[in-house]
Design a protein around this ligand. Sequence first.
Ligand code: GCU
Length: 677
Amino acid sequence: MMKLYKRVAIATLLVLQAGILFAEDGHQLWLRMPLAANIVKIVVDSPQIDETSPKYQPIAIAREELELYVNSNVEIHLAVDAAAPADDGFSITKNGNSIFIKSASAQGLLYGTYHLIRLQTIGKTLKNGQSIVEKPTSSLRLLNHWDNLNGTIERGFAGRSIFWSNKGDIIDQNETLLIEYARANASIGINGTVLNNVNASPQMLTSERIDQTKRIAKILDPYGIKVYLSVNFASPRALGDVSTADPLDPDVIRWWQNKVKEIYDAIPNFGGFLVKANSEGEPGPQDFGRTHVDGANMLADALKPYGGIVMWRAFVYAANSPDRACQAYEEFMPFDGKFRDNVILQVKNGPVDFQPREPIHPLFYSMKHTKVMPEFQITQEYLGESVHSVFLAPMWKELTDVFKMTEGVAGVSNIGDSQNWCGSDMAQANWYAFGRLAWNQNLTSQEIADEWIKQTFTTNKKFVDPVKKVMLGSHEACVKYMMPMGIHHIFAGGHHYGPEPWYAPRGLRADWTPPYYHKADEFGMGFDRTTNGSNNVSQYPEPLASQYNDIRRCPEKYLLWFHHVGWTQKLTCGETLWNRLCHIYDEGVREAESFYTTWQKMAPYIDAERYEQLRIRYERQAKDAWWWRDACLLYFQTFSKLPFPKDCPPARHDLETLKKYHLAIDNYTAAPIDQLP
Ligand code: GCU
């Protein structure tokens, strides 16, 4: 298997050495290390190890990676040692001319190997006598692919699925790609992957699809990547001879037990199920008068004998609810402590839905007797798709700074079959950051950006410093030009790229329209979630509840999330709401423009292909920022009836035109906006 890499790597080296210009397509991600000039000696210190046995395959891979990429005259010793760090952890020690990588497992040695190579690539060589110990924060570090069996990807902006297709079998065709996928994930510590969309087709559990899953699992396994599946709760009825999917029905229970057995017979190290139940029209136990606990525990019992788990999603909200942000807490808190120990509640970072900024989901503070894992969205459904360059580590840190992700963490993948995997080279940074934070949630956004840039582009300071600054400012800038001050969900209907705060077709569910969230009126705007409003604040522990409830103490970034504020009301910053809103939208535009200016100076330092691919995107992002600002401010102005403050430039567009054009994009090319007015 690894022979393949050797061939690819050697071919690359020959091309480079011959001085032939090599077209960069971003496919190598952050794994662009040059081949070592020397061959290091690798010694496996554990005599009991047979590197050809499946159990020790990670060691064979580690050996190969070290031989190819460690550029130093050292001898590297690998040892599986019960006294060394366990649970995927490892230690690396430099002693004279020897480097010792030790772990309680073969998999830990592979992680240690990638860590050593990473340190070398970013120029952090070990000093003599120095020792590093690493142990992952989260035991489950999973990607969630929202891939459909026909090959499309829900909220995917990078082409089609690398796993599934309608037209025959793409697994054989994609074998090399899947090895590369596994290797990239292992290099950042990801150890599991859910292969299909949470809006799951019952077809996923047919014998044919299980067989395909088995073949995928076999390719990913040597790299320590377990496979999991999203399941449709009504599968027994949809596929089986059972007339119901009631989780307390003996036939249904038996159906699931048999299905689980079939899966484990095919894939002995299968991970378990991810379930979206009674959410956005998906079936669930409530359809049969049962509860989330009934549903989750029934599946958990079926999986238990094999060591499998259930990740049960808390993303639930019903139509006609007065406040969608309250629902998951209301539905799940009463069940705290009632789930089996192999059930993990999978909770989105915020209580609404992966918005550019949300307060932390209240369940993270309150669920004390249930296993909880956060779900982040790596794919930029609400953050400019694969066009806007928005580095998400700072956003995720808002949660990881207050919640320890011991059980696990899931990230909705941004991977497709596009040549550079993610549609944009910058979007690769979010896949990378997710893995690194899952491994070590104490890493800072700066550290992650720094190591990613150095591995992916160059270690040249003239590139690293300005690009890092752009990346670190990009999330805040995006929040400013899209939805500052706690505004949320004012996206276009149908897709979530452009702004349509006015979107409210007659008859559509209110909570699927922006006015439900911004509540702009003649008096002001914002969602009153105080004790006088929906009382969402009371789902938070003190002192947060009181702080969010008090308009003078509520952080400005959440102001309109928790309060309906008058247009001319003076804020703690001294400005009125209207003026502050105008100024922040404006800042967002200026920042997006400065990103483009910075990027244009980066041409001398990197390859022309990736430079240009991103130049187009940064240009488009700056133009879109104007579009967002104008659309939002001009629309809210129809309520505030106030002029822009003097120091705010006039709008570039007029509201009528903005309403006429649907700001969408061709995801793969980020077509210029110039055709638009
Ligand atoms: C969002 C997204 C849907 C997705 C859902 C989920 O609402 O737009 O496409 O299915 O989240 O997380 O289940």
